[in-house]
Write a protein that binds this ligand. Structure first.
Ligand code: XMP
Length: 267
């Protein structure tokens, strides 16, 4: 059975491609309405949710959470709106720039401010998922004005055919998290399978709390009733790369988030 790691997740179910009518029909209609494309640029309607609430059409997270202290309002996701032209060297690969370097920097600063506010006086352990978080994580960590500990988890997905997908943990935590406040960091929340599995696994280790912070949220593809308490940007149902996110291990080094040309993954 072929192993599919998060580092090559582009060929997994998160991979872009024509969606079957059945798959589209499974999406909650209120979530579907959020994603729209305007004049060649991808836009997303302002997310109606405040962080910490279930989104429209979604139920509350199934993963156990053990805290009830408030999430800072700045954590509400921003819509990703495009902006700059694709640099010439990337035009053969990318359709558009979805989130510019400046927008990323501003938003990461806002997230860091919210997290610093919310976690002050707590015993914070940041747990990042390998490998797509590396760029986001490095920027976020340096802006968190808090004492913290850092650890990593690895998740792979094993697939048979095109439908089933089983998540396998390839790297476990090294640090003890019992009775600690854990902040899980991931690059993008897509179907929600990864976040649900990791949150559930962490919760079994007896932390005081487990919250998630993702750079990108793609609610249109959600199949699990899970959400991130902190999210940078809401993105439409397009395959994105850059700022740590890859397609077949490429594009992680782009300083912006771009939309991959569909003909590249349709080949
Ligand atoms: P799920 O579906 O479990 O997946 O929420 C989350 C993981 O899938 C990968 N993923 C993407 N990677 N561009 C990427 O480069 C995308 O548009 C995309 N969507 C999902 C990613 O590894 C994420 O952690």
């Amino acid at each position: 059975m072929p192993a599919k790691t998060k580092t090559t997740r582009a060929t997994s179910e998160s991979r872009p491609g024509p969606r079957s009518p059945a798959a589209s029909a499974r999406r909650p209609s209120s979530v579907r309405r959020q994603a729209r494309i305007h004049s060649g640029k991808a836009h997303v309607a302002e997310a109606a949710t405040s962080a910490g609430e279930a989104g429209p059409g979604l139920t509350a997270p199934a993963a156990p959470t053990t805290d009830n202290w408030p999430v800072h309002p700045l954590a509400t996701p921003h819509p990703a709106g495009g902006g700059n032209a694709v640099p010439p060297q990337w035009r053969a690969d990318l359709l558009d720039v979805l989130i510019t370097e400046a927008q990323l920097a501003r938003r990461v600063q806002e997230l860091a401010r919210a997290l610093t506010h919310d976690y002050v006086g707590r015993d914070l352990t940041v747990v990042a998922l390998l490998t797509g978080t590396v760029v986001f994580l490095a920027d976020l960590l340096r802006r968190l004005a808090l004492p913290l500990r850092l650890d990593f988890m690895g998740v792979s997905s094993y697939r048979e055919g095109t439908a089933s997908r089983e998540l396998v943990f390839t790297k476990e935590l090294r640090l003890e998290v019992r009775h600690r406040d854990v902040l899980l960091v991931d690059d993008i929340l897509d179907t929600g399978r990864t976040l649900l599995a990791v949150k559930t696994r962490l919760a079994a280790l007896g932390p005081r709390s487990v919250r998630a912070c993702v750079l990108l949220d793609k609610p249109a593809r959600r199949v699990e009733p899970v959400q991130a308490e902190y999210a940078g940007f809401t993105v439409p149902d397009v395959f994105v790369v850059g700022y740590g996110l890859d397609f077949a291990e490429r594009y992680r080094n782009l300083p912006f988030v771009g939309i991959l040309r569909p003909d590249l993954y349709a080949r």
